[in-house]
Design a protein around this ligand. Sequence first.
Ligand SMILES: [Zn+2]
Length: 878
Amino acid sequence: MMFREADATAVKLSEYKPYDWLIDTVDLDFQLDPKATRVQAKLVMRPNPKGRRNAPVVLDGDELTLASIKLNGKTLAATDYDVSASSLTIKNPPREKFTLEIETIVNPSANTKLMGLFRSNAIYCTQCEAEGFRRITYFPDRPDVLSVYTVRIEADRDEAPFLLANGNPVEAFGIKGSNRHYAIWHDPHPKPSYLFALVGGKLDFIEEPFTTMSGREVMLRIFVECGKTQLTGFAMDALKRSMRWDEKVFGCEYDLDVFHIVAVSDFNMGAMENKGLNIFNDKYVLASPETATDIDYENIEAIIAHEYFHNWTGDRITCRDWFQLCLKEGLTVFRDQEFSSDERSRPVERIGDVRRLKSFQFAEDAGPLAHPVRPDTYREINNFYTVTVYEKGAEVVRMLKTLLGERGFRKGMNLYFKRHDGDAATVEDFLKCFADANKRDLSQFARWYSQAGTPELAVRGSYDAKAKTCTLDIEQMIPPTPGQSAKQPMVIPLRLGLLDGKGRDIALKDAKGKAVSDNLIVLEKAAQKFVFSGVKEKPAISLNRGFSAPVKLATNFGEDNLRFLAKYDSDPYNRYDAVEQLAMNELVASASGSNKSPEALIEALSNALDNASLDDAFLAQLFSFPDESDIAQKIGGNIDPDAILAARRKIKRDVGVALSDKLAARYQKLTNHRAFSPDAKAAGRRALRNACLDLLAATEGGAEHGRAFKQFEEADNMTDRMAALAVLCQHPIPERETALAAFEQRYRNDPLVLDKWFSVQARIAEADALGRVHKLTKHPAFSMTNPNRMRALIGVFAAGNPSQFNRPDGKGYAFIADTVLGLDSKNPQVAARLLSAFKSWRMLEPSRRALAEKELKRIAETPGLSPDVTDIASRSLA
Ligand SMILES: [Zn+2]
C-alpha cells in the first residue's frame, strides 16, 4: 500500500506522554535529485529524564526508502531494528548519549500530496506541518521534540542555483570538477520538525534591509519564480510593516540575520511559518493592480503578517502536541486581525472578521464536524486546520483581552513570552500566564477551549418607568455537539449600550448607581439578571457591541429597536449588525413565501446613503446582504436552496428598484479617474461602487447590464473588472459570454488570474452550471493536482454555489463525490477539504438530504481511502 492505513484508534489528548528521547542536534545532508533525493540525517540523542526507561527508539516514517542505518558509526544488523510502512524502531539503543545516522531516498517528483519534499514548477520545496517531515527522513515527527538543525544542500548548479534552508547562511561553494554546488545553513533556535524547510531551484528575488528595534540589521528577501519579481513590492512592504508593528505592539523583535519568503505555485495551504524561511502559496505574494483585487491585497497583507507573527507565537513558543494547535493559530489570527485593524479601518475589519466567523465557523459548530477550539481526540490532524481552531480560537483570545483590559492582556502576553520562550507549551500554560499576571481565576473561562458549539443567549429586556430601571434577563444555552451532550455555563463578556430617544448613549450605572466599567457585563451563570438604574426613558438596547462574544442572540427588543440602532448606534459593528438583521428577517420571510416589500431595510439603507459620516467601506458592508448559506443557517432546517436563492434575488431587486436613483448617483460620484492605489480608503470606494453596480443590475434593466459591461471593458484594475464580470455572470445575457471570452483571452497565460475566471463561472446559479464546471475541468489551464486550480473551480462550485451543488436531482453531490474519490490517492488533504462541503447536509429538506447521504455513504464504503477522507466521511455521517 502506498498510504498509511486509516488508523482505527484515535489519538487522545488525555494519553499524551513525553517522547522517550531528547535529540540535541540534527544534521541533514540533501543530495537533491528530481526522482531520487538522498537524505542523510545525523541525530545526537540521549534518554529523556521524563521518558520511560528502557524504551526503544521509535521514529515515524512515510513513503521512505531506507538506504542505511548506523549507530555510533557502526552499521546496524537487520536484527537490531524493525522497519514498517509507518515507523522505524531501534530495539535496544544505548542508555546514554549516542549518534544515529540514517540514510533515506525520496522521490520529490512523484510527491503529489505536497507533504514532505516535492517539486513545484521545477522548484524543490517542503511542507512539513503537521506530519510531513516523516516523509523526508525517519524522525519523532511531533512538535515537542526540539532540536538545533544544521542543513547541507547539494544540487546541480543549473537546476537549482539557489539553495535555502532555515536559519542563517553558513557557507556556499561550488564543487570542484563538477556542475554541483552546495550551501550550509544553521538555525540556532531549537525547533520541532514541522518547522523545517528547504528550497532549491531557479528563482528571482528582491531584497531590502530592515533594522530591528535594538539596531540589528536583517536582510529581507522574497523569492519567486523567474520573471515575477515585479509582483512582489506590496508583499515586501507588508512584511516590513508587520515587523515594525510586532515590535511596537508586542515588543517582539526578529532574531536571525535573514528572513526569507519563497512563493511557489503548488501548495496545499495559504502559507507556512518555517523558521526564517516562510513558504507561500504564490496567490498570497504576487500582486499588481492589473492582476489582483482589493481582497487579494488585503489577504496578502494579512497572511504575510500572520506567518511573520508566528515567529514568536508558533516558532519561539511552539505547541506541545497537535491538540494545542489553537495556541499558535487562534493567537496568531488574533494578532493578524489586530494588525489589519491598525493598518486599515478597525470597524470594517471587525465586520469582515465577524462575517467570516458567522458564515463558516457558526456553520461548522452547528453541523456534524463541530469540535472544541482545542479538540480532545483526532484521527487525522490535517482535518483540524479548521475555522473553529483558527477563527473561534482568535475570538477566545479577543474575549480574554476584553475581560482583562488592554493593560492586563499585555501583562499576560509579556509573561507568556518570558516564561515560555523556547518551550512547547499548552493552552493551560497560556491561560496561567494571564491568570498569574492579573491574579484572576480563569478556570471557568477555559471552557471556551473545551466545549464545542455556539452559545445561544435568550435575552429579555424590560423597562420600569417608575423605578427608572432597565433590566436584562439573560439565559445561556449551548446546543449539543458530537460527543458533548450536556454543557456547562461559559464566561461571556457582553459590551452594551443603552440609547436615549435622540440616539445618544446613556451613562451606564448598575442597580446601586455605580458606573458600569467599560460598558461591560459578564455572564457567568446559566441565567442572570442585570439591572441598570437612572434610566429616565425607555431606551433602545445595543447588546454585544463590537461582537464582544461569539454567541447568537435572541431578544424581545423588536424591530423598532433594530431600526433605531441602524440609524443611531454609536458602535459601528452593531449599527452594521442592525441593518444585517433587518435584511436577514426579510430574507427568511421571503424564503418561506412572503411577498411583502422590505420597507424597514430600504429605509435603513436609504438613511445610510444620506449619512455623510459613514465611510464607503462601511456602507459597502451594509449593501452586501447575507449570502445563501448564511440564510440557510438562520433558517436552520428543512432547507430549500432554490427558495433561498430566489429570496436573495428578490430582496436585491426590491432594494435596487427602490433606491435606484440614489445608487446610480453614488455609482457615478465614486467613479474615480485617479491612478490606482491599493490603500483601504480607495478600496472602500471601489467596494461601495461595485455594491451599487450589483444592486442596479439586479433591477433587470437592460441599461444596467450595459453599465456593468462598460465597467468591465473600461476598468483599469482587477477589482473593478472582476466585480463587473461577477455582476454579468448573474444574468443570462449575451454580454456575459462576450466578457468571459475576453477575460480568458487576456489572461490565458496567468494561472492565478484564470483562477478568478474559473471561480466566477463556478458560482453561476443556473441549471447548466454543473455542465459548465464539467467542461472547464477539460480546460488546458485546469489541473486536478494543483490545489489553487481545484479550489478555484470545484471548491467554489461546492461551497459557493448552494443552489447548484444542492441540485434537486443530486448530480451536484455525485460530481463532488466522484472528484473526491478521484483526487484522494493524489492529494488526500485537498480531497478531504472538498468533502467538507457536505458539512450542512443534515439541514436540507428530506429529498436532498437523502441524496447527499447516499453520496457520503458511497464515499465511506469505498475501500482503500486515505485517513483524511475516511475521517471526514465518517464524522459527517455519524
Ligand atoms: Zn498560522
